[in-house]
Design a binder for this molecule. Structure first.
Ligand code: SAM
Ligand code: SF4
Length: 458
């Protein structure tokens, strides 16, 4: 999963409802946090609140935190610290903090940040009622989504995240998530389908099913439906044209799931499969429960059954004890597999995890060097992978505007930009690719520059 920082900004809506109470949500972290902030926004809207661009204009501020790495934690703590000034000037403002920072830490945090009114753990939306009594009558499981968006972010009127499984039953030695998000809890199939149907009715065309280990879906439900079964059910929802899912664990990436991706036309040919390291000894110490050989075999099978698949992965460099040779094994694996996208992170010890008890012995400068080496390698590979699109026409779903250009993604999740007059949001458009970079493609809609947008039905 990717680390994002999301700031709601909807100048056009703010102040449009005189007298309405206003909310501001600050978010950092993974797509699950993004989904949970969006849900909090939906709940507040249902309670009659409207979004505020700045926390200074808000009646309630929600801070959604991440502690997967020290950097994210520091940013969240800095922001909560800065809210003291707001509370001094406007004692009536209510401040709530949620996300992975909070679980099990409420008392300690409350002492340090007494200006915060409410601490609630990930997905504990019902606790917001103590600050927003109007929420008592809202069905939290099936609140009307979607909500708001920011320029540069995908428009939730077009695409939406749908959490399908919370928590994680793995205990990777470096990872804080299981301690903060608890054991796996799958949402019932019918509940997920009902949410997707509501989204479709609102005009959403693409959904991404979310979980820390999304392909562990269903083992805790009666009848044990799995992710492939869920994909089939979501596939039947009229109006939904594209389905994605993340993040998958290599251990559960079954042939049945690969076949579901290959056979269900709406399921996009994109697989996010974090490998973390290309060295067996490091993987063993990470407690990942697979070997490089097993990972390679899964990738080969995915490529065999889904020939056009695009692949992304996550890597940690500088794990405790990682030698130069072990790092080079990761580097070589990346060269061999040639992912379309790699999220690389420098190891960050997380108090309470197993690996935090081991010496963090790869010096910071060396971690940086390995990080840069992976980035440079991946930049070259991604450029080469993307160049194959130049001159070809790709189908994108336009999900918003970014710095004056229309923005969308291919089925393989590659970003594409084009400039054209008219409103293209929410449309499937064929774009002829004229230029490729490691990070995105540039192109022109195949209408040949007409002011009338092409609406290409599928
Ligand atoms: N569940 C997914 C998996 O199995 O890979 C990933 C979820 S994790 C919250 C998101 C990413 O953060 C991981 O893939 C990993 O690369 C990174 N990450 C987690 N803990 C980390 C740590 N202590 N230091 C650096 N990166 C970390
Ligand atoms: Fe963390 Fe491992 Fe669970 Fe992913 S699978 S959330 S890395 S413990």
């Amino acid at each position: 999963m990717q680390l994002i920082q999301l700031q709601p900004a909807l100048a056009s809506i703010v102040d449009a409802v005189p007298g309405a109470k206003r909310f501001h949500i600050w978010t950092i972290g993974c797509q699950m946090n993004e989904a949970e902030s969006a849900k909090a926004a939906a709940l507040l809207r249902q309670a009659g609140y409207v979004p505020a661009v700045r926390e200074w204009d808000a009646d309630i501020v929600i801070v959604n935190t991440c502690v997967v790495r020290q950097q994210a934690e520091d940013k969240a703590l800095g922001y909560i610290g800065a809210l003291a000034r707001l509370k001094r000037r406007r004692p009536d403002v209510r401040i709530a903090v949620t996300g992975c920072l909070v679980t099990g830490q409420e008392r300690r945090l409350a002492e340090r940040f007494p200006w915060v009114d409410l601490w609630y753990g990930p997905s504990e939306f019902e606790r917001l009622v103590s600050l927003v009594p109007e929420l008592a009558d809202v069905d939290i499981d099936l609140v009307e989504l979607p909500h708001y968006y920011d320029e540069g972010q995908a428009d939730p009127e077009v695409t939406a995240f749908v959490p399908v499984i919370y928590g994680c039953n793995f205990v990777c030695s470096y990872c804080i998530v299981p301690y903060r998000r608890g054991r796996e809890r799958s949402r019932p199939v019918e509940q997920v389908v009902a949410e997707v149907e509501k989204l479709a009715a609102r005009g959403v065309r693409e959904v991404t099913l979310l979980g820390q280990t999304v392909n562990a879906y269903g083992h805790d439900l009666p009848g044990q439906p799995d992710l492939a079964d869920l994909l089939e059910r979501v596939h039947d929802v009229p109006g939904i044209e594209r389905i994605r899912f993340l993040t998958s664990h290599p251990k559960y990436f079954s042939d049945k799931l690969i076949r579901a991706v290959a056979d269900l036309p709406k399921v996009c040919e994109h697989v996010n499969l974090p490998v973390q390291s290309g060295d067996n000894e490091v993987l063993r110490r990470m407690r990942r429960h697979y070997t490089v050989e097993e990972y390679r075999e899964r990738i080969a099978r995915i490529r065999e059954l889904i020939p056009d698949v695009t692949l992304s992965t996550d890597i940690i460099v500088g794990f405790p004890g990682e030698t130069e040779e072990q790092f080079l094994n990761t580097y070589r694996l990346l060269e061999e597999i040639r992912f379309d996208k790699v999220h690389v992170a420098m190891y960050s010890p997380r108090p309470g995890t197993l690996s935090a008890r081991w010496p963090d012995d790869v010096p910071r400068e060396e971690k940086r060097r390995r990080h840069r080496a992976v980035e440079q390698l991946q930049e070259r590979i991604a450029r080469e992978r993307n160049e194959r699109y130049v001159g070809r026409t790709v189908e994108i779903l336009v999900d918003g505007l970014a710095r004056g250009r229309w923005r969308g993604r291919t089925r393989g999740n590659t970003l594409v930009f084009f400039e054209a007059p008219g409103d293209w949001r929410g449309r499937f458009v064929e774009v002829r690719v004229t230029q490729a970079s490691p990070w995105y493609l540039l192109g022109e809609p195949v209408t040949g520059g007409s002011a009338e947008p092409a609406i290409l039905t599928r």
